[in-house]
Write a protein that binds this ligand. Structure first.
Ligand code: HEM
Length: 568
């Protein structure tokens, strides 16, 4: 019997609750959309009550401003008067009030780290906290030049004892090449574990190691060509970045350290780094959904791991708006062999355009050749969860299909044990089904794959399944290919879809039995970031519910039998 999570799932203290489950958008009053907020901030109105003066704020002073009509919040050492924003906050006034008169940094980061508050609240800035909060040891401390000795990694902030072994780096040169080598001492490293950006003389490599990022950030001492190559020696976790010298001279040092250089920092404390990507093509996929192709800058190496998302940032009348999106592959048939092609320069997004929204019409109006800022990848979905799977069930609603694309591609091409991969795809009408032709061709071509559509508002000609997600629909769908097969279930859709359909509807009556197989079930979660009338599109960040139960490799016996087993 597959028990889907009870109402107390995810666990109240879990990361998932903090990050997405349990949070919801509130209906905002007429005239309180994001665009209205942007207009207000541009109106020249004094939004702080300080007539543009910036002040130093003591903790005592901050605490006094804790009422709705006089509410200050400190984020990363800066204090904002958020009272004017109250009615515009998509999470509602009460949520914002949780941080009233205090340092809301952690709370803010738990809920929506990506939200660009600095840009959105710049007219609300009251000043800085008088006592600066402790900051990580900064890079200025590394005074010496980088001369090729293995420098000892500095660990920023409060690195937990259980953090990864400190990585290190080294470099060497030939007449024509400079090779930077990063020793991660980790086994599960791939080409998608390192993101490299090289602009002018600034060289930045961010290596993703579990929940941490390790940075090499250097102002190079000499010029190099735009293109470079990245190699990963997977079994020892060694990453080599090979740069081509512009001049055939011997370098005395690699360069000088820049921000965060040689630091290992918890990912959640690192902030998002963006690079400008050029729109190469935009194709209609359905009546309201388009496939956008963005080209990475020539001197960027970035591959988004399966099940991870990035943030797109556009500036709308001077305010930066950020939303998460999960990249897809070009089509369901694109090759998905590891390692990915090194010259993988394109990122594809399936984006539904909401005419009344703000971000998506802006994206829709982009011309070929225009630029959009794209962040590095985020997410905690692990490809290793797919290894040795026998049955993979994907349940998606609308553009919740997007994280499924790469999972599907990857699983069919790379998991030899896979026997069955089923997608249950919920939409309103037939016209809303993304890549229907491709899905059907794939089902025809690969007998392991099967797709079922469920429509909530079909025409009278529709003779397929209809309705909303329910135990009855799920129980018919979640049939494993043989007893005790290794199963993974991923679900992505707006929060109500997940909550109403899976959590509230309870367990399907007679589905599959899940015993102490590890990994058993991984419920994946979608950050809901914009359904409703004021924001664009909820989007599609596949994040497994990793937190409320021990890692799947841990003892399964402590998992209550009434709860779904959840893979970390
Ligand atoms: C520190 C206390 C805060 C709390 C507890 C909080 C809570 C929330 C919650 C629960 C949501 C709904 C999330 C969802 O399901 O999409 C939300 C959305 C949002 N909040 Fe806050 N918030 C806080 C501060 C702020 C601040 C200071 C800003 C400043 C700009 C802000 C901007 C936003 C935006 C833009 C969204 C919509 C996010 C999206 O979907 O893209 N929040 N917030």
């Amino acid at each position: 019997m597959l028990n889907v999570p009870s109402q107390s799932f995810p666990a109240p203290s879990s990361q998932q609750r903090a990050a997405s489950g349990g949070r919801s958008k509130v209906p905002l009053k007429q005239g309180r959309s994001l665009m209205d907020w942007i207009r207000l901030t541009k109106s020249g109105k004094d939004l702080t009550g300080l007539k543009g003066r910036l002040i130093e704020v003591t903790e005592e002073e901050l605490r006094k401003h804790n009422k709705k009509d006089d509410c200050w919040i400190c984020i990363r050492g800066y204090v904002y008067n958020v009272s004017p924003y109250m009615e515009y906050h998509p999470g509602g006034e009460d949520e914002l009030m949780r941080a009233a008169g205090s340092d809301g940094t952690d709370l803010f980061d738990e809920v929506h780290r990506w939200v660009n508050y600095e840009s959105m609240l710049k007219e609300c800035l009251v000043g800085r906290m008088a006592i600066k909060p402790a900051v990580p040891k900064d890079y200025h401390e590394e005074k010496r030049v980088l001369n090729g000795m293995l420098p000892k990694t500095q660990v920023a902030g409060t690195l937990a004892k259980e953090g990864p072994n400190s990585p290190s780096y080294d470099w060497f040169q030939t007449d024509f090449l400079v090779t930077i080598v990063i020793y991660t001492k980790q086994k599960e490293m791939g080409l998608d574990s390192v993101i490299v950006d090289h602009q002018d003389d600034s060289f930045r490599a961010e290596t993703l190691i579990k929940d941490y990022s390790y940075f090499i950030h250097i102002g190079l001492s000499h010029e190099v060509e735009e293109d470079f190559s990245v190699r990963v020696v997977e079994n020892v976790g060694k990453i080599e970045i090979v740069l081509k010298k512009k001049e055939n001279i011997s370098w005395k040092c690699l360069g000088h350290p820049l921000e965060k250089h040689n630091l290992l920092i918890l990912k959640k404390d690192t902030g998002l780094y963006y690079r400008k990507c050029q729109l190469v093509s935009k194709e209609d996929v359905t009546h309201d959904t388009k496939l956008f192709c963005l080209m990475l800058p020539p001197s960027t190496h970035l591959q988004v791991p399966v099940g991870h998302h990035v943030y797109l940032k556009v500036t709308i009348t001077g305010t930066e708006i950020v939303k998460p999106y999960t990249p897809v592959s070009y089509s369901l048939f694109s090759e998905f062999k590891e390692p990915d092609l090194p010259n993988n320069k394109y990122i594809y997004f399936l984006i539904k355009i909401y005419p009344a929204g703000l971000l998506t019409p802006e994206l829709d109006h982009l011309q070929i050749g225009d630029f959009v800022s794209v962040s590095g990848p985020e997410g905690n979905f692990k490809k290793s969860r797919l290894q040795e799977l026998e049955d993979l069930f994907l349940v998606a609603a609308g553009t919740g299909f997007t994280p499924m694309v790469k999972i599907l591609n990857y699983a069919l091409s790379n998991i030899p044990s896979l026997r069955k991969l089923k997608l249950m795809f919920f939409n309103k009408t037939e016209d809303d089904i993304i890549w229907r032709n491709q899905l059907e061709k794939l089902a025809f071509k690969d007998k392991r794959f099967d797709v079922e559509y469920v429509l909530s508002a079909p025409t009278s000609e529709w003779n397929g399944k209809q309705g909303h997600i329910s135990p009855a629909l799920l129980s018919g769908f979640l049939k494993r290919s043989f007893e005790k097969s290794r199963v993974l279930l991923c679900i992505c859709g707006p929060t109500p879809f997940i909550e109403q359909g899976i959590i509230r509807a309870g367990a399907p009556q007679e589905p599959v039995e899940l015993t102490a197989v590890s990994p058993a079930v991984c419920q994946a979660w979608c950050y809901q970031c914009g359904h409703g009338c004021h924001w664009d599109s909820w989007s599609h960040c596949l994040t497994p519910l990793a937190c409320c139960l021990p890692p799947c490799s841990g003892p399964v016996s402590i998992i209550p039998s009434s709860q779904t087993q959840v893979a970390a």
